[in-house]
Ligand binder design. Structure first.
Ligand SMILES: [Zn+2]
Length: 478
């Protein structure tokens, strides 16, 4: 309960004119009664439908890859401000086009929120996911009963058929009620590390009565102008036992993105790991090149700090972006805020120009605070950066179905290849995927066609491995 009070004391509500306050309260209570929200502490809903992974599209500025949701289960506990979403899904396309983990067949995704903690569960392992906090808070409070509870806990205001509410730093939203006083639509602006302010709409239709509680049987969500979720609800259980405890490792992981470990891979070349997404730092005669700024501001600022410690007194001149997927581009804005020029593939040049110009009013970030205007440069097939001593080749990974804007970085003298998502080394001694991932196969084809001489791969997920590991995964002889 403390979490709910803590969260909702910060809920912003507009124009509580004293004369209208009692009318507002009465209108909210009428809406709560219509929905059956008054005595509702928790709810479980089940259904199925379609999910589109926002931020993982094949082409920047298009819908995310589609998944069939065989089963969807959502448990919400309004008293503890927690939510657990479980989806069993399959990819709509095989082989896949676009991002998200490449898993064949059915797989289960579990996303959890409790208060200010967000985490994912895979098998028995809970992994912190603070980058998902804003979205999950919006998912929780934009549920029909969540809207009413958020407004009531914040002594909310209703004007006509709209309720305005927010969780500062995460989202602001307006809900619209229909003639029967049921929530039919939520229009929100959500904070996002890549896009800044993102418009989100949630629409509810075909309400039914489930044991005195009204709940919509159609839920549609749209993120940034693209479909994100389309669910048909088949079962609703009010006031289920909904204990969603925060695992100890999640409580202790205060800021997992701030942990950066650096490893010298060659003279003037460092591999920056320590979390789920890596970067590389390359020292040139009078500046530094950073390859990849993933996740969010927190990660980016930690990577910048480590870069400054490794190479003091040289500015970060370039950031090379492997591709536009949001997990890999979440720190792009922070590097732009430091004055780095972004190097991206031509296919997403316009997208990144919009990214660095986008407002971030819900959660003002490093770029918004810096007031800088960033430069973005595009590469088609290949661009060579050199200082006369070291050569850095930025090359396209042509034909790969993961994304149409993929760049890799080749260091010919060191015989290093830096790449993301075309190949992620599996755990040592894990059996290779059979048949092999087409992304691995395409990367090998690119290496051969482009005539690259490689000793080591520095993948932006996983660990540094010799080229032979990729060849084994791709099912080709070294
Ligand atoms: Zn990707």
């Amino acid at each position: 309960m403390r979490t709910l009070i803590f969260l909702l004391t910060s809920v912003l509500l507009f124009s509580p004119l004293t004369a209208d306050a009692q009318d507002n309260r009465a209108a909210l209570e009428a809406a709560a009664k219509a929905l059956g929200a008054t005595g509702l502490k928790s709810i479980e809903i089940q259904g199925g439908g379609t999910f589109f992974w926002f931020g993982q599209s094949y082409s920047a500025g298009t819908a995310g890859p589609q998944f069939n949701v065989r089963s969807f289960k959502r448990v919400v506990n309004y008293d503890t401000a927690s939510l657990l979403d479980e989806m069993v899904r399959t990819r709509a396309l095989e082989p896949p086009k676009g991002g998200g983990p490449y898993v064949r067949g059915e797989h289960k995704a579990v996303a959890v929120l409790s208060g200010d903690y967000a985490w994912n569960v895979m098998g028995e392992t809970a992994a912190p996911a603070p980058v998902a906090l804003a979205e999950r808070q919006l998912q929780l409070w934009s549920t029909p009963h969540g809207v009413i509870k958020a407004a009531m806990a914040g002594k909310g205001t209703m004007q006509g058929r709209t309720i305005t509410f927010a969780v500062p730093g995460s989202f602001k939203a307006t809900a619209t009620l229909d003639a029967a006083n049921l929530v039919e639509r939520v229009d929100a602006t959500m904070a996002n590390p890549v896009l800044g302010d993102v418009p989100v709409t949630v629409s509810y239709a075909d309400y039914r009565d489930f044991g005195g509680v009204k709940f919509p049987t159609k839920i549609r969500q749209n993120y940034g102008g693209f479909p994100a979720l389309d669910i048909t609800v088949t079962e609703v259980t009010p006031n289920v036992a909904a204990d969603i405890p925060v695992p100890d490792n999640i409580k202790q992981a205060s800021n997992p993105y701030a942990r950066v470990q650096s490893q010298k891979a060659a003279d003037g070349v460092w591999y920056l790991t320590g979390g789920t997404h890596h970067s590389a730092v390359i020292e040139m005669s009078d500046h530094v090149i950073v390859v990849e700024s993933p996740l969010n501001d927190d990660r980016a600022l930690a990577v910048i700090k480590e870069t400054r410690a490794l190479v003091p007194n040289k500015p970060i001149k370039y950031l090379v972006v492997s591709h536009q997927h949001f997990d890999h581009a979440g720190g792009v804005r922070a590097l732009a805020g430091e004055g780095a020029t972004l190097i991206v593939h031509d296919a997403s040049l316009k997208f990144f120009q919009q990214v660095v110009a986008a407002p971030a009013t819900v959660s003002p970030d490093h770029l918004a605070k810096s007031g800088r205007k960033a430069t973005v440069e595009g590469v088609r097939d290949r661009r060579v950066l050199t200082d006369g001593t070291r050569t850095v080749e930025i090359r396209q990974i042509a034909g790969i179905q993961h994304a149409d804007d993929m760049l890799m970085v080749y260091l010919p003298k060191e015989k290093f290849l830096i790449e993301a998502d075309a190949y992620t080394p599996p755990a040592p001694n894990a059996a290779p995927m059979s048949p092999p991932s087409p992304f691995n196969v395409t990367l090998v084809e690119n290496i051969t066609k482009q005539g690259l001489a490689i000793d080591q791969i520095l993948p932006l997920h996983g660990r540094m491995v010799p080229l032979a590991e990729l060849q084994k995964a791709a099912g080709v002889a070294p």
